[in-house]
Design a protein around this ligand. Structure first.
Ligand code: ZN
Ligand code: FE
Ligand code: FE
Ligand code: ZN
Length: 274
């Protein structure tokens, strides 16, 4: 089993379990490498905004998070533990983000789009907003933000790259052009794309990204990582057999791994994850 780079902790306010339990689960699943990537404090929201605690740790908890992951990473037992973070991409706030990221020795940064303007579109609380939207335009807007995130150069990995499908809303029109264009922009930016099993646990019931988008990523030469987006210890490396099948089906035989924000490619062992 290769890696799980998308793992949260109870610090974000909507995950459960101790960090050690996530590590034990990773060991039990036979992961070679894991990385914590809890939500970076929502640097773009006002201090009094209740969503700050609903979605992420507070700014004054970030030091403790980094220290706790570093302490675990210093342990000698498998798996290798990396220090990551999942950061929101908010257009216009790149300088604030860069300042925050520079202050810590992250091994990798996952860039995620969870907001379209002020709409937290992946929060079940606000799902009714989809029915008010033109889905073709919504998808174009979302993937525009994804390409924007990639182009900042602030992220090593794009998280759940087609998160906009989470609740199963798809435009009637053909998405091939949008997917192909997005893949080219991701390749040009040099970011990796996360293959995330979290989508299997959501209403859409499929991996992020779906097979068509992942095929375009493969054609464009975009590297991939693997993640479960675990918010509970039992979710670490969950459903990885399906992720590895999908990777094989579109022709990926390597995953990117990161240390001190340097990427290397590692071969996927055939038959791993079973
Ligand atoms: Zn989360
Ligand atoms: Fe996310
Ligand atoms: Fe996450
Ligand atoms: Zn996530």
């Amino acid at each position: 089993m290769p890696v799980d780079y998308h793992i949260h902790t109870r610090l974000c306010g909507h995950a459960e379990g101790e960090l050690e339990e996530y590590v034990s689960q990773a060991r039990a699943r036979g992961l070679e490498e894991m990385g914590f990537s809890d939500h970076l404090p929502l640097y773009h929201l006002e201090a009094g905004d209740g969503r700050r605690r609903r979605y992420a740790m507070d700014l004054d908890e970030l030091d403790g998070y980094v220290r706790e992951v570093e302490r675990l990473a210093a342990g000698a037992r498998a798996p290798v533990i990396r220090l990551g973070i999942e950061a929101d991409y908010i257009p216009g706030r790149e300088a604030d983000l860069e300042r925050l990221l520079r202050a810590y020795p992250f091994d990798y940064v996952i860039g995620s789009v969870h907001f379209i303007d002020d709409w937290a579109f992946d929060d079940p609380l606000y799902v009714e907003e989809y029915s008010r939207r033109d889905l073709d335009r919504l998808y174009e807007r979302y993937f525009g933000l994804v390409a924007g995130a990639a182009a900042t150069g602030l992220f090593d990995i794009i998280g759940h790259v087609d998160l906009i499908k989470k609740f199963g809303f798809f435009p009637a029109g053909d998405l091939e052009g949008l997917y192909a264009g997005t893949a080219v922009l991701l390749a040009r930016a040099g970011v990796a794309v996360e293959v995330s099993t979290a989508g299997l646990r959501k209403p859409v019931g499929e991996i992020y990204p779906g097979k068509r988008l992942l095929s375009h990523c493969r054609q464009a030469g975009v590297p991939v990582t693997l993640g479960s987006d675990a918010h509970a210890p039992r979710q670490v490396a969950m459903d990885y057999a399906q992720a590895l099948d999908l990777l094989a089906a579109v022709g990926y035989d390597q995953v990117a791994v990161f240390r001190q924000r340097k990427k290397t490619l590692r071969s996927i062992q055939p038959g791993s994850g079973r």
